[in-house]
Design a protein around this ligand. Structure first.
Ligand code: HPA
Ligand code: ZN
Length: 326
């Protein structure tokens, strides 16, 4: 069996995926036309050529601009099912997808338009592919905590359809402590908690995510490795890290895939998983991430199977469903 077939055939969960980051240029153009929205690109090729980033903020600027074509429930449905179709081909059997409501509500798109479209895409994925999924509502950390509280309030009618809250966008200068109160409120409402930390931010931000937010899962976490005490704690507590190799390369978190720490994470006993983050922008879906990491760091099939196993262990599925996937 080829490596590509082995990876695609490995049942896996995707735990770090921004649905807005799965907007392929072709769909961006189609939605721009359908909604009569002007976009600053003449062709799909021009869009792809613009995807050259030297840090997180370069990407975020273009990612928020691209999301402007998303206007209707049908748009969010189409976005979601395009991702689920692609993920199913990569062997994803369960996906926990993030969405950024503030990116849309700030443009006057109602919260319900966004979530109803995503939920209908999720239902279609289950019917079509047998794929289960969960929603993670992410707060934009460059906005203030009051805005996050307002978002949590807007989500109240759909709380039973949302599994977790997350924290994304510009990390540097926006430490987790800024959101301690809204995360406490989300926890009190029965939601799970995840946060991006240690992507560009220092180990201190990971400590804050653990100690001040009380996260159940750590998005990225790469820079934790700079601190041996923190690394040992993450290993001892079986904290799941949602690692995104192609994203790390595109956003210059690593200079070269050959420098990626995924094998070191496994050696240190971390519960690392592989994910695609924003696949339309970073050059690949989840199987591409498995392939790139394996090729660059010499991961063998046992390592890849362990990464897939970790993805179920780190999911928010109930224990019996996790056990059924192992
Ligand atoms: N980091 C922070 N915010 C994000 C990302 C990311 O990789 N993708 C989408 N929003
Ligand atoms: Zn992310």
């Amino acid at each position: 069996m080829t490596e590509t077939d082995f990876i695609a055939g490995l049942p896996k969960a995707e735990l770090h995926l921004h649905i807005e980051g799965s907007l392929e240029p072709e769909l961006m153009f189609a939605l721009a036309k359908r909604n009569d929205v002007a976009i600053p690109f003449a062709s799909v090729e021009e869009v792809r050529a613009a995807y050259s980033f030297s840090r997180l903020q370069d990407f975020l600027d273009i990612y928020y601009a691209g999301a402007d074509v998303l206007r209707t429930t049908q748009d969010f449905h189409d976005l979601a099912i395009a991702y689920f179709d692609r993920a199913a081909a990569d062997g994803v059997v369960h996906a926990e997808i993030m969405f950024d409501p503030q990116t849309h509500t700030a443009r006057g798109i109602p919260f319900g338009t966004v979530i109803e479209g995503l939920l209908s895409g999720m239902a279609e994925a289950e019917a079509k592919h047998g794929m289960t999924s969960k929603l993670i509502m992410s707060f934009l950390r460059h906005l203030d905590e009051d805005d996050a509280f307002a978002t949590l309030e807007a989500a109240k009618p759909w709380l039973d359809r949302i599994d977790a809250v997350g924290l994304d966008s510009s990390e540097l200068g926006h430490p987790p402590e800024k959101f301690a109160r809204v995360f406490a409120e989300a926890r009190a409402l029965g939601l799970r908690l995840v946060a991006h930390a240690g992507e560009e931010g220092p180990p201190e931000y990971v400590y804050q995510a653990l100690d001040l937010l009380g996260i159940d899962r750590l998005d990225h976490g790469n820079r934790s490795l700079e601190d041996p005490v923190l690394t040992a704690r993450l290993a001892r507590t079986s904290m799941t890290l949602t690692v995104c190799p192609l994203s790390n390369l595109k956003l210059c978190v690593v200079d070269d895939m050959a420098d990626h720490p995924i094998d070191r994470m496994l050696r240190e006993g971390l519960r690392a998983t592989l994910n695609s983050d924003d696949p339309a922008y970073f050059g690949g879906y989840i199987a591409d991430n498995y392939r790139a990491a394996a090729a660059a760091r010499g991961l063998d099939r046992d390592d890849l199977a362990l990464l897939a196993r970790n993805s179920f262990l780190g999911s928010f599925l109930p224990d019996d469903a996790v056990a059924a996937h192992l």
